[in-house]
Design a protein around this ligand. Structure first.
Ligand code: ATP
Ligand code: MG
Ligand code: MG
Ligand code: MG
Length: 560
């Protein structure tokens, strides 16, 4: 592989649109390019990294007895209506019609399609356990695509689905997947934590997330060094002894306008149509903007506020809360006031008053009547775990960290098999719903997550398992015996099965070193005139350590 022929357009400057280090370095190293918001092209070096991740996952899944299939990315709306998710999934589901006016969507996940497959193919308990997986492109119309491939709209996922005849067998399928995931993330050289993803319930958890520990992570995770309890803070809750204890952390802001008394009217102000999602800005009294997401879906009414400046999660109001304060499920039918319950850490964010405005220019809401004496105990008996809470399991002191969700495993039970009629005949000839599990890995997100964990001021430091190539041979002159020797070394390495790139470009050595550091290739061999005179080349590891001089004729042996 010749760098002179390779499309690897490196950038000297950090692109302004890239907030986090992985996004910056992937752009700078010429591994990805943006097509549209949250939609990226993988260039040759980046794609090689993606393929390495894919292959590690594939090997582990195959070894765990899962079978690879490939399902369509375009899915009929009718299937989603069967499961009920056409209504409930919300705006992340990109829907469209074909020329015959039939409804379709771009797959954000594949439970419906796989359930449709197995309901036709699985007949008997003898057909199970079965585990099917794919590595496939997903589309989610994320409210706020950001951080490059980390939170993209189009991204690569490995999704597996297990099918079992009973709970015991399903639990075993889950255990096998959990173990396979640990193998995968170990092989990828990631520092990660397995956390409980549903409420910090004691006893068998039905869902675990695999979190790569990194400051740029969008999730907050707690762990207990004493008993091993670990959970996603968003999902982990502690029970409060009494209602009054809830007061300091939550507060309800009522938002109403003189001219807007119905949900429709307020929604119009917020430029959100019923069943749509709107981004809006809420400004703190000191002028700091906080991004807010107001969702008008029937099922998922939530308001998410994020502190844009600190990236800390400010709050999350679950659907039930809004339903409670509005006095019924939000159907956008009757005249109701839109109430925004704000869970805020007063001390941290100090919110004396809120002004709500639409996110369009000149569309700020005026004349808002903001009441501050709204219902106290919106969610009186539960609240999220905070820094000062003891472990909900053993009472010891918890530690907090930020994490990037790279994998998520669920036990689905019969959620889909029941609604979609995926049944089998058990040993007694009785018809029963299949018990399912699903297991996702963010293949493309892993590439970003790995970089967040491993870089320095000069660029990416890939572990060998993920590097675009293992070795870069840098020719210090783009002609004559230096180039010839470098080319020969490169060819011999390929022949020995070592993936290698040669920097044969006619540019200054400094340029070559810089680009090489940027792309994170683990081993660098420098072929220069001086070394060659002694029959030697320089070997340097991207991860650090001194330069070693090695004999040219032993270089292939040393490396392979
Ligand atoms: P998140 O909480 O980050 O939005 P999720 O819980 O919605 O993720 P899952 O439905 O659990 O995602 O999907 C399985 C995996 O797919 C996730 O663990 C994550 O690694 C990856 N993934 C999800 N959304 C994205 C995205 N927008 N861009 C890249 N990878 C993603
Ligand atoms: Mg998501
Ligand atoms: Mg998640
Ligand atoms: Mg998830």
């Amino acid at each position: 592989m010749k760098l002179s022929r390779l499309l690897a357009p490196t950038l000297k400057e950090t692109p302004a649109e890239a907030e986090i280090i992985s996004h910056q370095l992937l752009l700078r190293a010429g591994m990805i390019r943006k097509l549209a918001s949250g939609i990226y092209t993988w260039l040759p070096l980046g794609l090689r990294v993606l393929h390495k991740v894919e292959n590690i996952i594939r090997q582990a899944m195959d070894a765990a007895g899962a079978q690879e299939i490939l399902m369509p990315g375009v899915q009929p709306g009718d299937l989603w209506k069967e499961s009920g998710r056409w209504e409930h999934y919300g705006r992340e589901l990109l829907r469209f019609k074909d020329r015959h006016d039939h409804e379709y969507c771009l797959a954000p996940t594949h439970e419906e399609v796989i359930t449709d497959l197995v309901r036709k193919e699985i007949r008997s308990y003898r057909d199970m356990p079965l585990n099917l997986y794919q590595i496939q492109t997903k589309f989610r119309d994320e409210v706020r695509p950001r951080f490059g491939i980390m939170r993209a709209r189009e991204f690569l996922m490995k999704d597996a689905y297990s099918f079992d005849p009973d709970e015991e067998s399903s639990a075993e399928s889950y255990r096998i997947m959990r173990k396979a995931y640990e193998e995968i993330f170990d092989r990828l050289g990631l520092k990660y934590s397995v956390v409980e993803a549903d409420s910090g319930s004691i006893g068998g958890s039905f869902s675990h997330e695999f979190m790569v520990l990194a400051g740029a992570g969008e999730d907050a995770i707690v762990s207990c060094p004493a008993c091993g309890y670990s959970a996603n803070v968003e999902k982990a809750e502690v029970k409060l002894a009494d209602e009054s204890a809830a007061e300091p952390i939550m507060e309800t802001e009522q938002v109403a306008t003189p001219d807007a008394h119905t949900i429709e009217e307020v929604a119009k102000f917020l430029s959100v149509k019923p069943h749509e999602t709107a981004k809006t800005m809420i400004y703190l009294a000191d002028g700091k903007p906080v991004a807010a997401v107001v969702r008008g879906d029937r099922e998922v009414n939530e308001i998410k506020l994020k502190n844009r400046l600190g990236a800390a999660e400010l709050e999350l109001a679950p659907a039930s809360v809004i339903a409670e304060v509005t006095g019924g499920p939000m159907g956008f039918s009757g005249p109701q006031n839109l109430e925004i319950p704000v869970y805020a850490d007063q001390e941290l964010f100090g919110i004396p008053a809120l002004v709500v405005g639409a996110n369009q220019k000149d569309a700020h809401l005026k004349g808002l009547n903001i009441k501050r004496d709204a219902p106290k105990a919106v969610r009186a008996d539960l609240r999220d775990i905070t820094e000062t809470d003891p472990c909900p399991r053993c009472g010891a002191t918890l530690t907090f960290a930020r994490g990037i969700e790279v994998g998520h495993i669920f036990r689905l039970g019969t959620k889909y098999s029941q609604s979609m009629g995926a049944t089998f005949l058990d040993a007694d000839g009785e018809s029963k719903p299949i018990i399912m599990g699903c297991y996702g890995i963010g293949v493309s997100r892993i590439v970003a997550a790995a970089i967040e964990q491993s870089y320095d001021e000069n660029g990416i430091i890939f572990p060998m398992s993920m590097a675009p190539v293992s070795v870069a041979v840098l020719a210090m002159q783009a002609k004559g015996e230096v180039l010839e020797a470098a080319q020969k070394l490169h060819d011999e390495l390929w022949a020995a099965g070592v993936d290698t790139v040669i920097d044969d470009r006619d540019v200054r050595p400094g340029f070559k070193f810089k680009d090489n550091d940027l792309s994170g290739i683990p081993l660098r061999l420098v072929v220069g005139k001086k070394g060659l005179a002694n029959g030697q080349v320089e070997l340097k590891r991207r991860s650090g350590g001194d330069i070693e001089m090695i004999d040219l004729d032993k270089a292939v042996l040393t490396i392979s």
